[in-house]
Design a protein around this ligand. Structure first.
Ligand code: NAP
Length: 244
């Protein structure tokens, strides 16, 4: 009797929205190392080409996750999608008082509507052994004191979407990865000094004494893809950041 709950990634097709850098690229690298065939998706052709080279070759496609038609076009002619990973997105922080309230619509469009577009378009090509990992975040449980209410609302919505879809799409599994502070190009918008200050503060505050690395999150995502009993789960990878 086979009692394994593992879904081997060897030979599986893993499609990563946001695969041209950071957590998405690290996920693609980890999946490829386990034998998967990967497709990287993002908005910038040059970044996609460089990313594919970094991991020793990958299929690529250009799409903006917030635009339904461009997302649907990615799946035209794609006959099999074993696993769908969605890490595409940016960073919005700041107090509501200082933010455009319509930023909430931008976050929902990108994080929630984008995920819905991609999942619906991928479904006809997904086998029963398939799985989906959506991007959550620490802000859902532990918003920062300096404000991220708009993003916090959107990432909490992703958790509800995943739990509900895990029931609707069964036996396809649906999970969420919820990273804390991870050292990626997401923080380049703060400039070198602002970025250094963020990571120095994290080293001081976090129980593990440092920010996380993209490869650590990529490994956690491949765990969610390959463990056949992980379902409707929000996997936190934050160095204990939710509790400080
Ligand atoms: N790093 C962290 O500390 C952290 C923590 C919690 C959650 N997150 C979330 O994790 C996700 C990935 O972040 P990261 O740290 O890996 O950042 P990153 O290195 O900047 O990677 C973001 C990726 O998403 C793509 N992307 C961005 N907007 C897109 C769009 N509208 N359509 C398609 N692709 C898009 C980017 O490529 P193009 O720009 O070329 O399209 C890039 O490949 C983000 O949603 C972020 O909010 C990050």
């Amino acid at each position: 009797m086979d009692i394994s709950t593992q879904t081997p990634l060897n030979g599986a097709h893993v499609v990563v929205f946001g695969g041209s850098s950071g957590i998405g690229l690290a996920t693609a690298a980890a999946a490829k190392a386990k034998g998967a065939i990967v497709t990287l998706i993002g908005r910038t052709p040059a970044k996609l080409e460089a990313a594919a080279r970094t991991i020793g070759g990958a299929q690529t496609a250009i799409a903006d996750i917030a635009e339904r038609e461009s997302v649907e076009a990615v799946f035209n002619g794609m006959t099999r999608v074993d696993h769908l990973v969605i890490t595409a997105g940016g960073l919005h922080v700041g107090k509501l008082a200082d933010s455009d309230p319509d930023q909430l619509l931008v976050e929902i469009q990108q994080r929630i509507a984008g995920a819905v577009y991609a999942i619906k378009a991928a479904l006809p090509s997904m086998p029963p052994t398939g799985s989906i990992v959506l991007m959550g975040g620490q802000f859902s449980d532990r918003p920062p004191a300096n404000g991220a209410s708009i993003t916090a609302a959107a990432v909490r919505g992703i958790e509800a979407l995943a739990r509900s879809l895990a029931l609707e799409l069964k036996p396809i599994r649906v999970n969420v990865i919820a990273p804390g502070l991870i050292d990626t190009s997401l923080f380049d918008v703060f400039g070198p000094e602002g970025r250094a200050a963020i990571f120095a503060q994290a080293a001081e505050q976090l129980p593990v004494g440092r920010a996380g690395r993209a490869d650590e999150v990529g490994e956690a995502i491949t765990f969610l893809l390959s463990n056949g009993y992980m379902n409707a789960e929000v996997l936190h990878i934050d160095g204990g950041g939710r509790f400080v």
